[in-house]
Design a binder for this molecule. Structure first.
Ligand code: SAH
Length: 251
């Protein structure tokens, strides 16, 4: 059996209770070494076989799991954040299915949510934006034309941009070209939830200058939208005059 587990964004306490239990029980662990906090591996049982997938191809990962399966061993495939977001797990799951290897998925705290926590920010503010767009700028992996930042920017929603910090100039250019004003607030969070977490805030106009000399070149989330520092409306959920299934109106 293979358990695909979301390791969370970095802080070892941000893995789920279930994910940690699987990790403690695993005979074989294959972890995404570029981003998973190695401190999590301290929870593995003695003698567990540990592989860093940063040095492996898909075929090698699958072959390692096949060998473990043949010996009746349990494998944890540990991915950063939540495995469903830029985790490249579909191809692994399809390979497992083809080989009749049983597997399941345990979700994790994605870095875009750890970023909200670091910023102490709600992404969905009434009157400002009720939509969060999770996306990336085009890199070596192509992005469909209809999903280019410029096109998505027309919604003026809260946007969490993964995998793009090295292209910040281009990101800002596309966002402005797509419709965000140059004064739209933007925040960069590097290594959210890690001890070395860094936050830089600015506007689309100022951010490129603001992150110069900050040594932010990887593992960073870009958040843009008027929710950052906005004058928003109070939520309906807690408004006194607003009744719902669990509370009568008090005004
Ligand atoms: N599955 C992961 C994302 C993997 S893609 C998740 O759900 O978070 C890798 C990208 O995620 C990085 O380039 C960066 O944009 C983002 N990322 C991962 N960990 C992060 C962290 N702790 N803080 C900020 N961004 C992070």
């Amino acid at each position: 059996m293979v358990h695909i587990v979301g390791a969370g964004p970095g802080d070892p306490e941000l893995i789920t209770v279930k994910g940690l239990r699987y990790l403690k029980e695993a005979d074989v662990v294959i972890y995404a070494g570029s981003l998973v906090n190695p401190a999590l591996l301290d929870s593995c049982k003695e003698g567990a076989e540990i592989h860093n997938s940063a040095h492996m191809t898909l075929d090698e990962v699958v072959a390692t799991i096949e060998q473990a399966e043949a010996k009746g061993r349990m494998t944890v495939r540990l991915h950063t954040g939540d495995p469903a977001i830029y985790g490249a797990i579909q191809e692994q799951m399809d390979a497992f299915s083809k080989k009749n290897i049983e597997y399941d998925v345990t979700p994790g705290v994605s870095s875009f949510l750890a970023t909200a926590a670091a910023l102490r920010q709600e992404y969905t503010l009434p009157g400002i934006s009720q939509t969060v767009i999770i996306t990336r700028n085009e890199g070596r992996t192509p992005v469909p034309e209809r999903e280019k930042l410029k096109a998505l920017a027309s919604h003026q929603a809260t946007m969490c941009i993964f995998l793009s910090i090295t292209m910040l100039d281009k990101v800002v250019e596309e966002l402005i070209a797509g419709g965000y004003g140059a004064d739209t607030p933007i925040a960069i969070v590097q290594k959210a939830s890690w001890p070395e977490q860094k936050i830089v805030r600015g506007t689309l106009q100022t951010i490129c200058e603001a992150i110069k000399d900050k040594n932010i070149d990887r593992t960073a989330m870009i958040v843009v939208g008027r929710c950052l520092g906005a004058d928003y409306e109070l939520s309906r959920l807690y408004a006194p005059e607003f009744a719902h299934m669990f509370r009568k109106a008090s005004k």
